[in-house]
Design a protein around this ligand. Structure first.
Ligand code: PGA
Length: 258
C-alpha cells in the first residue's frame, strides 16, 4: 500500500515572518482536526529558501508536518552564485525536494540533463525528490503529451541505479492546469499516471507499485476528493490552495470524507 502524500508548494510567496505563521496555522488546525494523521498521509510544506529555518522551527510541535524545498543545486558546494545545496538543506531538517517544476523548466529554462543531475544527488543523499513532469497545452493538443512526459521521466531518472527508482515521488502536473483554475479531469490524470507507471516498470520491473505518483494543477478543497478516490493517484502537489491554511487543511481532510 502506498502512503498518500500531500505537498504544499508555496512558491515565491511569504517572507520569513509570514511563512512560519502559516505553518503554525496549518499544524494547529490539523492537530485538532484529525487524530493520528501521521499514520495515513505524509504532509509536506515547501516554503521558499529564506523561510525554511523559521518554518523548521515552527513545525517542531507538529511531527506530522515534513519540510520540503522547492529546488536544489546539482552540486554540493563551490562557485555557483545564487545556488543552494543539499549540504545547506540537510541541517534544516529538509527531507523532500521538488525538482523539475514546470516553472523552473519553462521560465528558468532548466533542462532534463540538469534535472537528472539533481535527482542523482538527492537520491545519493537520501532526500526524497518530488520529480515534476507535465506537458503544455500545445503538446497535448498535438497529442504529444505522453511522449513528452515519458521523455521527462526517463531522462530525469537516467542516472539512478534502477533499484533506487522506488525512492522517488513523481508529480504529474500538466502545465496548462497550474495556477489556472482549470484542473485536469480525473480520467486525464489517471490516463497519464497509468502511462507513467508503465514507463517506471520498464526501468525496473514492478517498481511502479512502490512509487507514489501525485497529481498537481489547480487542486482545491472542492476537487481533491475525486482525485483521491482514484487508486492510481497517491496524493497532490498543491500550489495556490496551500497558501490558505483553511483550504490546505480541508484538502488534507479528504481522508475523513472518503
Ligand atoms: P496550483 O500549483 O495548485 O496553484 O495550480 C500547483 C503547482 O505548481 O505545484
Amino acid at each position: 500500500m502506498r502512503k498518500p502524500l500531500i505537498a504544499g508548494n508555496w512558491k515565491m510567496n511569504l517572507n520569513h515572518i509570514e511563512a512560519p505563521k502559516l505553518a503554525n496555522e496549518i499544524g494547529a488546525g490539523l492537530k485538532h482536526a484529525i487524530e493520528n494523521i501521521i499514520d495515513f498521509v505524509d504532509i509536506v510544506i515547501c516554503p521558499s529558501f529564506t523561510s525554511i529555518q523559521a518554518v523548521s522551527d515552527a513545525i517542531k510541535d507538529y511531527p506530522f508536518l515534513s519540510l520540503g524545498a522547492q529546488n536544489v543545486s546539482w552540486e554540493r558546494s563551490g562557485a555557483f552564485t545564487g545556488e543552494i545545496s543539499v549540504e545547506m538543506l540537510r541541517p534544516l531538517g529538509v527531507r523532500f525536494v521538488i525538482i523539475g517544476h514546470s516553472e523552473r523548466r519553462h521560465i528558468l529554462k532548466e533542462n532534463n540533463e540538469f534535472i537528472a543531475s539533481k535527482t542523482r544527488l538527492l537520491i545519493e543523499d537520501r532526500f526524497v525528490p518530488i520529480l515534476c513532469v507535465g506537458e503544455t497545452l500545445e503538446q497535448r493538443q498535438q497529442n504529444n503529451h505522453r511522449s513528452i512526459v515519458e521523455t521527462q521521466l526517463k531522462s530525469g531518472l537516467k542516472y539512478l541505479d534502477s533499484d533506487k527508482v522506488k525512492n522517488i515521488v513523481i508529480a504529474y502536473e500538466p502545465v496548462w492546469a497550474i495556477g489556472t483554475g482549470r484542473n485536469a479531469t480525473v480520467s486525464d490524470a489517471e490516463d497519464m499516471i497509468g502511462h507513467i507507471r508503465k514507463v517506471l516498470n520498464g526501468i525496473e520491473k514492478d517498481v511502479a507499485n512502490n512509487v507514489r505518483v501525485l497529481y498537481g494543477g489547480s487542486v482545491t478543497p472542492e476537487n481533491i476528493d475525486s482525485f483521491m478516490q482514484s487508486d492510481d493517484i497517491d496524493g497532490a502537489l498543491v500550489g495556490g490552495a496551500s497558501l490558505k491554511s483553511d483550504q490546505f487543511i480541508e484538502i488534507i481532510k479528504y481522508k475523513e470524507r472518503s
